[in-house]
Design a protein around this ligand. Structure first.
Ligand code: ATP
Ligand code: MG
Length: 421
């Protein structure tokens, strides 16, 4: 299978396809064969000096025009990008390789490995990885609705009824991770992003790792206010239990608008977490209080399991009712329903001139080239279109019916602060 360029070419950005003339190529000197849009882009990347300049200026990377900044993390800058062939908006997580040491490089490769293993509508999709000399670009599905954290900070906590469908989606995503041996290790409201129609997507696998059930991990990483007590106490911990504790903190934050454990410094916060004393407002229902206490149980072996959460009275049928596709999400997964879309996929890819002999091979390949990246984006566009046509849109809990409350006292130790020890 011919797959176009598989490495970074020092070239430049491309004019809008609609205004671009077809570049002729001489075939045996006689009949020029027009290039497909895909081939045109590859041709321009190799030969257009304007594109090389744009790439040097950080305004372009391969098939993506790079626009404004949409997020800044401890380790990366996230920029909005537009895929030149499909016009799809993407999030481009850019990491400066020169600032990375062996440990951060390992975390990055784990981030990619974990994302490649996952396929769930409530998890940000990975479209492509572009490794250029100075920088690493991770091309991701774009969630335009912002962070759950910002939403709560701005509008206050959720009512229980509005929190439930959001939390259920996060639970569905984490269930999928754990089933696939992925531990997130940085679950927090900043890493839960809103897509459309109240759908949320868990992102930022920067601290994630692969782990077998009951395997003991020993790297402390994550955000202190979300850190489980055993992370401060023990040399080793069970990954799934640490994620479940963080889910308890997340649910508390969603309903109360502040953190259960607060401290001005990490030692104070640590003391607070180890003491395990926190206040649950009495206006919260008994069912949700039981669930929060189950997740925030000090001893990992006594802490709620994912099944306990799913089967809890408060969750009701919110998660049980959803399959792997997650509640509130009408989208399918990357590998789901591809056969049904096969004809449309082939048509679109043929129109764009993306080379493929076998769609399955294109789908399963590590997305490190333009063809695989384009394939994933086209597939996602078709899946979204199909979902829009066939399902009733969810209401948008991010914008409706908030309970009153404030975010007072939040983040004395900021959860943006991440630690790796
Ligand atoms: P941190 O360590 O602070 O969590 P990070 O370097 O690991 O950050 P991310 O959390 O992945 O980076 O991204 C930083 C921010 O960029 C997110 O909190 C979010 O606001 C924004 N962002 C990241 N990915 C996306 C996306 N796919 N769609 C929209 N916004 C995004
Ligand atoms: Mg983050």
């Amino acid at each position: 299978m011919s797959r176009g360029n598989n490495h970074v070419i020092m070239v430049q950005p491309v004019p809008d396809l609609s205004t671009m003339a077809v570049l002729p190529v001489e075939q045996n000197g006689d009949h020029p064969k027009p290039l497909s849009p895909y081939e045109q882009q590859l041709h321009l990347l190799e030969h257009d000096p304007r594109l090389s300049k744009e790439i040097l200026l950080g305004k372009r990377i391969r098939f993506y025009n790079i626009k404004g900044t949409i997020g800044t993390g401890n380790f990366s800058k996230v920029r909005l990008g537009v895929h030149i062939l499909t016009k799809e908006k993407v999030a481009i997580k850019i990491l400066d390789k020169s600032k990375m040491d062996a440990r951060t490089r390992k975390l990055l490769s784990q981030e990619i490995l974990c994302m490649e293993r996952l396929d769930h509508p409530n998890i940000i999709r990975l479209y492509e990885v572009i490794d250029s000399l100075p920088k690493m670009h991770i091309i991701l599905e774009y969630a335009p609705g912002g962070e759950l954290f910002e939403c709560i900070s701005k509008d206050g906590p959720y009512s229980e009824d509005n929190a439930r469908p959001i939390f259920a989606q996060v639970i569905s995503a984490v269930q999928h991770m754990h089933k696939n041996g992925v531990i997130h290790r940085d679950l927090k409201a900043e890493n839960v992003l809103f897509a459309q129609d109240g759908t949320v997507k868990v992102g930022d696998f920067g601290f994630s790792t692969l782990s077998h059930a009951h395997e003991l991990l020993n790297t402390f990483c994550g955000s202190p206010p979300y850190a489980a007590p055993e992370l401060f106490q023990d040399k080793q911990y069970v990954g799934t239990k640490v994620d479940i504790w963080a889910l308890g903190i997340l649910l508390y934050f969603m309903l109360v608008g502040k953190m259960p454990f607060i401290g001005d410094t990490i030692p104070v916060l640590q003391k607070c977490i180890l003491k395990g004393q926190y206040h649950i407002p009495s206006q919260l229902s008994t069912n949700v209080q039981t669930l929060i206490r189950g997740m925030l149980t000090q001893k990992p072996s006594d802490r709620y399991t994912m099944d306990d959460i799913v089967n809890s009275a408060w969750m009701g049928c919110a998660v049980i009712g959803c399959n792997d596709s997650g509640l509130g999400s009408s989208e399918s997964t990357l590998r789901e329903g591809v056969e049904m879309l096969q004809d449309q996929l082939q048509q679109t890819l043929t129109k764009l001139g993306v080379p493929f002999d076998d769609l399955t091979a294109l789908q399963e390949d590590t997305p490190r080239d333009c063809a695989a990246g384009t394939y994933r984006i086209v597939l996602h566009q078709l899946q979204r279109k199909k979902a829009e046509q066939t399902t009733v849109a969810c209401n948008s809990p991010s914008s409706q019916h908030r309970s009153s409350g404030s975010t007072e006292g939040r983040r004395t130790i900021t959860s943006k602060l991440c630690i790796i020890l």
